[in-house]
Design a protein around this ligand. Structure first.
Ligand code: SAM
Length: 245
């Protein structure tokens, strides 16, 4: 069971995306739990302010340190060995390895920034890990937090109907997945590759490996440098390169 605690000033944003399909079923089965906390509940002043103007001037507002620290203290009392993650475009860029690592944690607390971001002292003193969903800036940490939760959950045992799914998936072995098809076999003269209809599993596996290597070579050659290629893979790749000439 993995427990997520999410700190946000817009908790309502989380209600629907996390309550559909596999994420919903996994919560019902008790494989994970997601609690969303409104940071304003830990703001002391009568206006429940969670942000203030930046020291030194400049545009926008900055999220204050006190409400976030108080929220963390209270949530940490209820959970053991938590890891505190800050969503930030300045963090390590999320990938399958990070998602798999975090899926082994029991308690994950996620802080969502807003506006110009958070008071730097939150990052310095209260956070274990900083994660970005990519080299671009979105308005707030809520959508990045949902992306992170979804990516982590795929690695929780029993989350996916077939746990083998994560083993063949794009990025798992630094390869992109092969193309997939389903019925009908023929649609507007667009046909499914014959090998997939052959029932010959050895041939199908070989075709899938070739397509996976080809896709990765064409779209993400940077990934191929990290793959341990077998002699057969090298052979296949040589042929793919020759076909291109
Ligand atoms: C508008 S952004 C602040 C960006 C900040 N001023 C900067 O330049 O680094 C507000 C919040 O959205 C979240 N955020 C924005 N882009 C993100 C990304 N790529 N990955 C993760 N979180 C992001 C963070 O929580 C951030 O504190």
């Amino acid at each position: 069971m993995v427990k997520f605690d999410v700190l946000s000033i817009f908790p309502e944003m989380f209600s629907s995306p996390l309550n559909f399909s596999l994420l919903k079923k996994a919560q019902e089965k008790g494989l994970l739990s997601i609690s969303i906390h409104n940071i304003r509940n830990w703001a002391d002043d009568k206006h429940k302010m969670t942000d203030d103007a930046p020291y030194g001037g400049g545009c926008g507002m900055v999220m204050k340190v006190e409400p976030v620290e108080k929220a963390l203290n209270e949530i940490r009392k209820a959970v053991e060995n938590s890891v505190v993650v800050l969503m930030t475009p300045q963090g390590e860029v999320l990938n399958q390895k990070i998602a798999a690592e975090l899926s082994c944690k029991k308690n994950i607390i996620i802080i969502c920034g807003r506006y110009e971001g958070i008071d730097e002292r939150i990052r310095e003193h209260l956070v274990d890990r900083e994660i970005s969903i990519g080299d671009y800036v979105v308005t707030g940490g809520e959508i990045p937090a949902m992306v992170l939760i979804d990516a982590i959950c795929r690695y929780i045992p029993e989350f996916l109907g077939n746990p083998e799914s994560t083993k063949n998936e794009s990025f798992c072995a630094n390869l992109l997945e092969y193309p997939q098809y389903t019925r009908p076999a023929e649609y507007k003269n667009w046909s499914v590759p014959e090998v997939l209809l052959s029932g010959n599993h050895t041939e199908i596996e070989l075709w899938r490996r070739k397509e996976s290597l080809k896709r990765t070579y064409q779209r993400r050659p940077d990934l191929l440098k990290k793959v341990k290629l077998s002699a057969q893979d090298k052979n296949i790749l040589d042929k793919i390169k020759q076909e291109e000439i």
